[in-house]
Design a protein around this ligand. Structure first.
Ligand code: NAP
Length: 310
């Protein structure tokens, strides 16, 4: 039987830590599982140089490697994987349908684990200079800025962590943050304070990214002093938060104001047989450790649902 003809017990959308953990647990419980991923196993961590707060890896672990290991573990238990982009879902019937660029797939249960993506800053120059000095991924583009000056925008864990990775390449790194206090965890704040290549510019927002063919600089505005000035940089890395990847969903599922899916403790959504796990959920802490926990819980809920409905 082809994959399109089969009705899987569980379809997992997204091969990040939550989706792959769900696949491990569900396949181990002997559900038939298909994981649909559009890019790389690991999700956001696949572009993280080192995950250093996932328990059990005292030296840290390369994000790409962790993603590959999770995939291998899921496959070992019999989960199948397909590389495809989800276009639409139909959640109205007892069998859930997922339309993708590689055809349609069907499942008795569905887990949405599509995570988040970088939020655009929305300033002039950003869209025009994307890929020409404006980036959302240090792991992908950092090495293009060897011995150059770059700016990182944002004050969260991502901004600081990626600024530290940039110190391997760039000569000078400015972190621009809109408030007078960073949001990131203390250890990252200590590391940037102790790094002579990094300067933090507080109380300041980006007004415009400047450049014709490539980024040449940024116009900044100090919101305290009401002062505007230009800084010459070759690259701008934007880490101003995340938005949930829910474009393929219609309005069927309950969400909060920011668009994150609302679930109960068993990871159930507002539609029976449809679960959500990981960063896509409304939750207090978005980390690998909470994503894998969500995935395990969602898988066990799916097992229970399949048992009760067969
Ligand atoms: P975040 O925590 O939401 O931080 C976004 C940063 O961008 C904040 O400092 C915010 O400022 C700033 N910002 C938002 N909108 C802005 C705007 N329009 N103009 C200027 N600045 C703006 O996002 P994140 O750093 O990507 O982290 C997302 C989640 O992943 C967090 O839960 C984080 O803990 C987690 N994460 C964890 C690790 C780790 O554990 N190693 C690494 C990376 C990410 P304000 O502070 O003023 O709101």
């Amino acid at each position: 039987m082809s994959r399109q003809e089969q009705i899987y017990d569980l379809l997992v959308l997204g091969a990040g830590p939550s989706g792959l953990t769900a696949a491990i647990y569900a396949a181990r419980a002997r559900l038939s599982v298909l994981v649909i991923e559009q890019m790389l196993s690991g999700g956001q961590i696949a572009t993280t140089e080192k995950v250093e707060n996932y328990p059990g890896f005292p030296e840290g672990i390369d994000g790409l490697e962790l993603g590959q290991r999770l995939e291998e573990q899921a496959r070992n238990f019999g989960a199948e994987m397909v590389l495809a982009t989800v276009e639409k879902v139909n959640l109205s019937g007892a069998i859930k349908e997922v339309k993708t660029t590689e055809g349609s797939f069907r499942g008795r249960t569905l887990l949405i684990a599509t995570g988040t993506r970088a939020r655009p800053l929305g300033v002039p120059g950003e869209e025009e200079l994307k890929g020409r000095g404006v980036s959302y991924c240090v792991t992908c583009d950092g090495s293009f800025f060897r011995d150059k000056s770059v700016m990182v925008v944002g004050g969260g864990d991502s901004a600081l962590e990626e600024a530290l990775v940039l110190t391997k390449f760039a000569a000078r790194i400015y972190i621009v943050h809109r408030r007078n206090e960073l949001r990131a965890v203390r250890i990252l704040q200590e590391r940037i304070q102790n790094n002579p290549k990094i300067e933090v510019i507080y109380n300041t927002v980006v007004q415009r990214i400047n450049g014709r063919e490539r980024v040449q600089g940024v116009t900044l505005h100090d919101v305290e002093m009401n002062r505007t000035w230009d800084v010459a940089v070759d690259g701008v890395f934007l880490y101003v938060g995340l938005i949930p990847n829910t474009d393929f969903l219609n309005g069927d599922l309950a969400r909060n104001e920011q668009g994150y899916l609302i679930t109960g403790e068993a990871m159930e959504t507002s539609i029976a047989g449809v679960f959500a796990a990981g960063d896509i959920r409304e939750k207090g802490l978005r980390q690998v450790v909470t994503a894998v926990a969500d995935g395990a819980i969602a898988a066990i809920s799916a097992v229970k649902y399949v048992d009760e409905h067969s």
